[in-house]
Each structure stands twice: as C-alpha cells, then as structure tokens.
Design a protein around this ligand. Structure first.
Ligand SMILES: [Zn+2]
Length: 145
C-alpha cells in the first residue's frame, strides 16, 4: 500500500496538476457534454472530449514552467471577463430589486412626463383629473391619474 502511495506521489510530483486554465477546460468539457445530450451533435461531443483530454493532459504535463506561463497568460487575458463575472450576481440582484420597486411604485403612482420640459413626474393614482405643477420648470397642466 505504501509502495502504491509512493508511486502515486512520484507520478504526480513535478506535474502541473489542476490550475485555473485546466479547471476552465474541465468545466467547458462538462458544459459541452451536457450540450451533447441535448443536441446529439458529434461536433459538440468531439469538442467536449478535446477539452477533457486537454485539461487532463495539462494536469499530467511535466513541463510545469510552460503550463505555468500558459495559465498566467490565460488569467491575464480573462481578467476583464472574470471581474465582470464576479460582480454579475450583484448587478442582477440590484436590477431585480429596482424592477420590483418600480413595479410597486407603478401600482400606487401614475408616472408621466412634464409636457414642456420632459421631467419625469409622479402623482398618486385614482384621483381623476388633477392639476400638476412641474417640480422642475413649474409648468402647470391637467393630468388624469
Ligand atoms: Zn417641467
């Protein structure tokens, strides 16, 4: 058993192992395999296999220096995308909250634009015809709410 462990450790020593680039290709392979199940496309399947083999090959590669450089380059090139992806959940949440708030406002308030300066205005709904004074240009007009 110890011998096996030793052999295993020896096998993996000096190899690249899992890095960000390898992990990305593993995920790509999984996504493509999932797509294969939906599309039954041979091309997608081959791409999935290629990604999987590439990520395995990277993991086992003994040219650590070269793989390290590839990974660094990959991280550098995807820095923009990765920072966008990291704030995306927060942006989506903000957008949903804003939409919800807007929707709730629209239930209670009538939202319209001032006919002379296009300023967005609001008034409580269900009062019939009201006289509105624009908060920006002070134009007075009649609005049905
Ligand atoms: Zn106005």
């Amino acid at each position: 058993m110890n011998d096996f462990r030793y052999k295993l450790a020896r096998f993996f020593s000096g190899r690249t192992g899992v890095d960000a680039l390898g992990r990305t290709f593993t995920w790509l392979a999984l996504i493509l395999m999932f797509l294969t199940m939906i599309t039954h496309s041979n091309i997608v399947y081959l791409l999935a296999m290629a990604c999987l083999i590439y990520s395995l090959w990277r993991m086992l590669s003994k040219n650590y220096q070269k793989r390290y450089m590839e990974n660094a380059k990959f991280l550098e090139k995807t820095a923009g995308i990765r920072s966008v992806l990291s704030v995306l959940p927060f942006k989506i949440k903000t957008f949903i909250n804003k939409t919800k708030a807007d929707y709730n406002q629209r239930k209670v308030y009538a939202i319209f634009k001032c006919p002379s300066c296009k300023q967005k205005l609001r008034a409580p709904k269900g009062r019939g015809k009201i006289q509105v004074t624009c908060s920006k240009c002070h134009a007075v007009f009649i609005k049905k709410v």
